[in-house]
Design a protein around this ligand. Structure first.
Ligand SMILES: NC(=O)c1ccc[n+]([C@@H]2O[C@H](COP(=O)([O-])OP(=O)(O)OC[C@H]3O[C@@H](n4cnc5c(N)ncnc54)[C@H](OP(=O)(O)O)[C@@H]3O)[C@@H](O)[C@H]2O)c1
Length: 317
């Protein structure tokens, strides 16, 4: 299995994983179990996805049946926006580990560089974006406070690696100014409609691994009605022509466009067949001109922008 080596720990992060956002809660345990059986070794979860307990059940079944050992898996989770204050970081991470039924994460990311008011998990979990009255309540916790608290998770053995998500280059550079433990991974939206070349170049130069999310562009947002009416990438002539040439699926071409450049991917699917198909995406190589041709589809279409929820959250503006 192709991997990316994380600089600080030397740990190998699989280049192709499985994303848990929108994986149906009622079938999640079985889907995760089947995914591991099909060869998936990286699970990309988050407190916000609301299926950590179920994902953990799938993991524990796979381990108890001897399919894998815990150390064969790379489990990622994320810190939600309501837990950015230093006193909330460790308790919520411990709660998330308990939900999963594991002792440590391989990677723990700050989900968004956005701090919103604390919601007691006993009151509502996952807390999502809004207070009880449907409004967003910002909180003045600087990212430095959150990062310092997240570093302590490494000291305590609750996670092996830490990283950022949804951050631009200037914020990453700022974290590097004060980090005692540097971010090892940046997870961002990245697909042929949002290629982000300058960000990719900078992050690579800084020695931080990149994970692309929403590799299929609008496809992952159709079920939420948030695809902005963008034409599907899997049906795009540029992608389908390359898929026919290599006798691969458009999904595999879209994933390979990223992995061939060392960018990890975490495609989501509720179908075990598709999970297997996605995992087999690096059994061929695209020509440089084909990678360039796919990249030329860029229209800077961002599908996951908190600024659409509340203008004060426009972190990519
Ligand atoms: N850090 C962040 O803020 C953030 C934000 C968004 C996403 N993520 C992570 O990235 C993961 C992936 O992103 P995403 O969920 O937005 O979407 P995605 O993986 O780009 O697309 C998922 C969509 O593609 C379909 N699909 C999957 N494999 C397919 C295949 N081989 N052929 C045809 N259709 C296929 C799925 O349908 P079926 O389920 O019906 O197969 C689903 O509709 C998430 O699950 C999450 O782990 C992180």
């Amino acid at each position: 299995m192709a991997t990316v080596i994380l600089k600080r720990t030397g740990q190998k992060m699989p280049l192709v994983g499985f994303g848990l956002w929108k994986v149906t809660k009622s079938t999640c345990a079985n889907t995760v179990y089947e995914a591991i059986k099909a060869g998936v070794r990286l699970l990309d979860g988050a407190g916000d996805y609301g299926n950590e307990r179920e994902a953990g059940q799938g993991v524990r079944r796979a381990i108890s049946e001897g399919l894998v050992k815990r150390e064969d898996l790379f489990i990622t989770s994320k810190l939600w926006n309501t837990f950015h204050a230093k006193e909330h970081v460790k308790p919520i991470t411990k709660m998330q580990l308990e939900l999963w039924g594991i002792d440590y994460f391989d990677l723990f990311l700050i989900h968004f560089p956005i701090a919103i008011q604390y919601v007691d998990p006993a009151h509502r979990y996952p807390p999502e974006w809004f207070g009880d009255d449907g409004k967003v309540y910002l909180q003045n916790t600087p990212l430095q406070e959150t990062w310092t608290a997240v570093e302590e998770l490494v000291d305590d053995g609750l996670t092996k690696n830490i990283g950022l998500s949804n951050c631009n280059a200037s914020l990453i550079l700022d974290v590097l100014r004060y980090a005692r433990i540097e971010p090892q991974v940046l997870q961002v939206e990245l697909h042929p409609y949002l290629t982000q070349e300058p960000l990719v170049k900078t992050v690579k130069a800084l020695g931080i691994a990149i994970t692309a999310y929403s590799s299929f562009g609008p496809q992952g947002y159709v079920e939420l009605g948030l695809d902005q009416g963008a034409p599907g990438l899997m049906e795009h002539g540029t992608v389908t022509a390359i898929a026919s040439k290599y006798k691969k699926t458009p999904a595999q071409v879209l994933l390979r466009w990223a992995t061939q450049r060392g960018i990890a991917v975490v495609p989501k699917s509720n179908s075990v067949l598709r999970i297997g198909e996605n995992l087999q995406c690096d059994s061929f190589d695209l020509e440089a001109s084909e990678i360039k041709g796919i990249s030329s589809l860029n229209i800077n279409l961002r599908l996951n922008d908190p600024g659409d929820i509340d203008s004060r959250l426009a972190i990519f503006a």
